[in-house]
Design a protein around this ligand. Sequence first.
Ligand code: ATP
Ligand code: MG
Length: 499
Amino acid sequence: MNDKEIILKLENISKTFYGTHALTNVNFEVRKGEIHALLGENGAGKSTLLNILSGAFPSDSGDIYLCGKKINIKTPLEAKKLGINKVSQELQLIPELSVGQNICLGSEPMSKLLKTIHWSKLHQQANRILSMLGADFESRDPVSGLSTAQMQIVEIAKALKEKSVVLALDEPTSSLTFVEIERLFKILKELRNSGTAIIYVTHRLDEVFEIADRVTVLRDGKYMGTFNVKEVSKSFLIKLMVGREIAEEIRPTLKKNIGEVILEVRDVPSKGNFKASFYLRKGEILGFAGLVGAGRTELIRKIFGADFRKGGIIFLRNKKIKIKSPRDAVRNGIAFLPEDRKRQGFVPLLTNCSNICLPQLPSLSLFGIMRRNKMAKRAFEVINALRIVPPDIEKPTRDLSGGNQQKVVLGKWLSPKYQIMIFDEPTRGIDVGAKAEIHKLMHDLASEGRSIIMISSELSEILLMSDRIIVMREGKIMGELMREEASEEKLLKLAMGVA
Ligand SMILES: Nc1ncnc2c1ncn2[C@@H]1O[C@H](COP(=O)(O)OP(=O)(O)OP(=O)(O)O)[C@@H](O)[C@H]1O
Ligand SMILES: [Mg+2]
């Protein structure tokens, strides 16, 4: 086997969406048995390239060669038949079906005699892949009850079930924590060693150095080059992606004024029959760390009123408050950025302007009539502040790249009305530059005296941003660390429950 053999070649690929040049003459080659990282800012064209490759839509021009033969992929099914499989950036599962049905969709094992689906075999097959990925749920579980991270694991399992010549993964780890990521990496390395060509999209640059052999960078839909990972540095890649020098991380140096307790949560029922109690101070960023399934989102959603809560008391500025629905929370000045932006964060068909202004419609309308100028002004402020690309207030949010959608969702809550902000994975899927901007924004919000609860699956983000860290494991608060005493090792030990 010649390991330099080129399995996949994309030549001069271009794609335009209503005047937006998503890709311009992009070239891209993947070798047999390599993990090839594909990098670029939000909106650089990574998903577009993978969508063309996987038959989601055609390119405007350009050619694709698989094993030296020119191919013409018209549908996802055709791509699959050629051995091209993809883990999508956005979750595309059918919630009404079980995990196993989703994983085996379209390739269900049939019983020979009866010509019906062989259910026990189906679940067996699915469970085998799930256990490789270390999933804490089973094939027969309904997808509707899974968390975002768990759904991401199902998406990965779906692609791993097929035998791939080319396996493309579009930000597969954006909701996962290190334990799941390590398992995935182990599987990917095995696949690489057996000859699969793997394309890996991520915004977590450390992952590139951990797993990839080569890396290709896109900027504004243009091909910037391909490199051996061993021969480049992180700052070189960032510069190539962004086109300018940026500080990769802001280390908040400013000494903040952390004030009195503003929110207190007492005995709120948590996963696994535990009760959770904690407090949040004025001007504080309180990080919530834990592995997938730790119950962080579940707890926070109950506090915000998004899910039913039985028992527990919430105090706002020492006064007991009732939160029965998100409306109650919003009325009390609490904002919530959910982790699953597509299903809970924005209305897909509405324009950026409408989505950004949604929570403030009462103050932007007069006698029930929306004041369009005021709305447009507000939307532009947010678009500029967060550098949303394209800076178009009339574009439906659905048509933005994943990371830019996330910024729209974040932008909804920037009004000073919200003194307590709950961010569930605020930088999920956000590129390095924008991530630094969002971190700075969070830091500024806290310096202004707002209080932030941040759930993050990225340990480095937790350590960088939090003034104090609560670590959860399977519903239980395992401990609390102040910024000064926190370290990756201490967090991991608490999260995994090892003394
Ligand atoms: N269906 C669509 N309709 C209109 N414009 C689109 C559509 N899909 C993508 N675009 C535009 O094409 C460009 C490239 O988007 P793409 O999703 O490929 O970016 P990306 O590199 O995957 O970004 P991210 O890191 O945010 O996922 C963006 O400007 C985006 O707004
Ligand atoms: Mg994308």
